[in-house]
Design a protein around this ligand. Structure first.
Ligand code: 13P
Length: 289
């Protein structure tokens, strides 16, 4: 088992009405414990890195580690570049072996978003690499991309249809009311809008801002066609909180193996709860292996 394109994974998930979690990983060890969690639940999974993570760890290193981990745990694994605005970084990731990339040109007018997405499609498609694009603007903070609450904009269903037709993009992330990070109140997800978009486009949809959304809301999103569910903040927080607690409880215990083990266990439990939430437990199918 090595890294596979997210295209068949997401199409199969959409057809079978379950989701696949795309976990943002921020370190090499997190690649291993996300896959360990997925392996324990026999679930396909997507690892994703933001541009800052790529810059701190290096695309080639990330690909090598992700390949080694997916072989070790024997789990169908996609490797995705999250929210990238820079064509050169996308090219580098594809050349290094990423199996999926997101061109985020949602901050530009529709026509420019179409052009930038087409440029990435031209590079990626013949190589079997999945391409994700965003329409509307997802609020909150993800890496260097900051969208204030008042600037968040929901995707227009008719534009989603046009966008997929014009670009041939393989996965679409429409803004539908979720935001990156932890919500102040209950997220106001526009289910009606998701249903309208799903009626007009065939490609799997992506739910950004998957942290801290009530399980029943995620189930509803998945049942409406959101096959990829992105989770970053809650995973990162579970890991870091466990380290904080370790030092609160045992401030003199400085062996990294002690606190990293606790962090890993906490993050793995969080990852497993998200995998169960999207219904992908036990969904490793023979055609993927
Ligand atoms: P959260 O940080 O809210 O989980 O969002 C993750 C995400 O959508 C990454 O693109």
């Amino acid at each position: 088992m090595t890294l596979i394109s997210t295209t068949p994974m997401l199409e199969k998930a959409k057809q079978d009405m379950h989701g696949i979690v795309a976990f943002n990983v921020h370190s090499f060890d997190s690649i291993f414990w996300v896959l360990e969690a997925a392996a324990e639940l026999k679930s396909p999974v997507i690892l994703q890195t933001t541009v800052s993570t790529v810059k701190s760890l290096g695309t080639k290193n990330i690909v090598q580690i992700a390949k080694a981990a997916s072989e070790h745990y024997h789990i169908p694994t996609g490797l995705h570049l999250d929210h990238c605005t820079d064509f050169e970084v996308i090219k580098e990731a594809i050349q290094a072996g990423y199996t999926s990339v997101m061109i985020d040109a949602s901050m530009y007018p529709f026509e420019e978003n179409v052009e930038k997405t087409k440029e990435v499609m031209n590079l990626a498609k013949s190589l079997g690499v999945n391409v994700e694009a965003e329409l509307g603007k997802v609020g909150g903070v993800e890496d260097d991309i900051v969208v204030a609450e008042e600037d968040a904009q929901k995707a227009v269903p008719e534009e989603c249809k046009q966008f997929v037709e014009l670009t041939g993009v393989l996965t679409l992330a429409p803004a539908i009311g979720t935001a990156h990070g932890i919500y102040k109140g209950k997220p106001e997800i526009d289910f009606e809008r998701i249903a309208q978009i799903a009626q007009l486009v065939d490609v799997p949809l992506v739910l950004h801002g998957g942290s801290a959304i009530p399980d029943e809301d995620v189930h509803r999103c998945v049942s409406l066609g959101m096959a990829k569910v992105n989770v970053s903040t809650e995973l990162k927080n579970a890991y870091s909180e466990a380290i904080r607690k370790h030092f609160e409880d045992e401030s003199e215990s400085l062996d990294p193996r002690a606190y990293l083990q606790k962090a890993k266990e906490a993050a793995k439990e969080m990852a497993k709860s998200k995998i169960r939430m999207v219904g992908s437990e036990g969904k490793v199918v023979p055609s993927f292996v």
